[in-house]
Ligand binder design. Structure first.
Ligand code: ZN
Length: 440
């Protein structure tokens, strides 16, 4: 096979990475469900389960009986009345309507409304729910959609957040703290109307960046952001008083560590495919190390090769990695919303990571494909072909980022090709390539 080039990197000692299962739901969900959370957990030799939505004490007892450590997930739409979200606890947009996130509108939920961080009833509900989860045995609490009121701003840039009476009341305090307020007789109706006029002018493009109206808008947005930080900080203080070793985690989108996410001890971030490259991941982990946080990524992709690529990046760099099983992938044409990797293939990979000791990493390239392999230092024959990227199937953006550099190889040596490597390079997929190696 002509044209094949093999690079082998130096062997280094690294921190022990742990496999984390993010079984978003406890499987089997019902009698027709063939998936099994506990079975997969054991097969993949996972260390813990994070980001689990479950309040069923019976199911959680099964985890405890199997010595499985788990965190439980919360979000702004935790119900306040049975399974429902009532307006009393919730964000009110400028038109007085409760807020539903755009991606949840098609989900047909009983509890679609987001809580307002300045609402004392919601604050109490959020704290009590977390305590209930800790009492159910969670070692950590995970918060999805932790931007709360700021998410509305992000989604509707001209609507600035929540306008419930608690928020407007808090805004008076915020303004007073900055000096004498221009609104002598602050009343909710006047304030809401004033902000509504600002919003309308803003939408019409009438505001200059220095106008008084623009200034008021900027202050309202800043106030909403700070309200979320205050809410989470108070929640964390109360929770740590209840259980001093509790860990709080958030879905810090693409590894963001803004002031809201920085309240948390760690992040488990959904990562978009376009962020899957070494320079980006390195830059996030530099911030994580500087702030003494933890970070795991959940790749939003149903491409198993890209999932393996991310696992390899984390393994090579000594970070914990997420097993690609029961993860959320937004609906695309012909694809499911949840993605499940193959248990036997993933468990083989975890075996290599966990038992082979210091690894050599190999990146190979020929004219048709790239592949990544690992070889344990104690094993002459066992070589796992981590992933194989057929160039023809990849778009230009992916082609550019899968290079020796993007795989984190610091020292490259060209190795003489052999027959079995040539055979490996012809393999259709990683499982077939693995077979070729094991039979040689
Ligand atoms: Zn509010």
């Amino acid at each position: 096979m002509s044209g094949i080039i093999l690079f082998i990197s130096s062997i280094g000692v690294m921190a022990q990475s742990k496999a984390v299962l993010s079984s978003r739901f406890f499987h089997p969900i019902n009698t027709g469900d063939t998936l099994n959370t506990v079975k997969f957990f054991k097969q993949a030799k996972a260390d813990r389960i994070d980001w689990l939505y479950c309040e069923d004490a019976g199911k959680l007892k099964i985890l405890k009986d199997n010595n499985i450590k788990f965190s439980l997930a919360m979000h702004p739409e935790i119900p306040d009345s049975g399974e429902y979200t009532t307006a009393k606890y919730r964000i009110k947009d400028i038109n007085g309507k409760p807020y539903i996130a755009s991606w949840m509108k098609t989900w047909n939920m009983k509890n679609p409304y987001w809580g307002c961080v300045n609402n004392p009833d919601f604050q109490q509900l959020f704290y009590k729910t977390a305590v209930r989860y800790l009492n159910l045995g969670a070692y950590a609490i995970f918060v999805d959609d932790a931007l709360f009121n700021v998410q509305l701003q992000k989604e509707r840039p001209n609507e600035y957040g929540c306008f419930c009476n608690y928020c407007l009341d808090g805004f008076r305090t915020y303004l007073n703290a900055k000096g004498p307020t221009q609104i002598a007789n602050f009343d909710y109706k006047a304030m809401r109307e004033q902000l509504a006029k600002c919003m309308s002018d803003d939408k019409k493009g009438l505001l200059t960046s220095t106008s008084a109206e623009k200034n008021l808008i900027n202050q309202y947005q800043d106030y909403q952001f700070k309200s979320v930080v205050t809410f989470l900080t108070n929640w964390k203080v109360k929770l740590k008083a209840f259980k001093s070793d509790v860990i709080i985690l958030a879905n810090n989108s693409n590894g963001s560590w803004n002031d809201i996410f920085s309240v948390f001890d760690g992040g488990i971030a959904e990562l978009s495919e376009d962020k899957l490259n070494k320079p980006y991941l390195d830059s996030v982990f530099a911030v994580v190390a500087a702030r003494h946080k933890t970070q795991i990524f959940s790749l939003v992709s149903n491409d198993i090769q890209l999932q393996y690529y991310l696992m390899a990046y984390n393994y090579i760099n000594g970070h914990d990695y997420l097993l690609p099983w029961d993860i959320f992938v937004p609906q695309r044409q012909g694809s499911a919303e949840r993605f499940y990797g193959k248990g036997d293939e993933i468990s083989k990979l975890v075996d290599v990571f966990g038992t082979e000791g210091p690894q050599s990493k190999t990146f190979s390239e020929d004219k048709d494909s790239w592949s990544v392999t690992f070889q344990g230092s104690n094993s002459k024959k066992y070589r796992y072909v981590l992933s194989k990227f057929p160039k023809s199937k990849l778009g230009p953006s992916l082609k550019n980022r899968v290079t020796a550099t993007s795989l984190g190889l610091d020292k490259l040596i060209i190795e003489k090709k052999t027959n079995d490597r040539a055979a490996m390079s012809k393999a259709k997929d990683s499982a077939q390539a693995l077979q070729i190696y094991q039979s040689n």
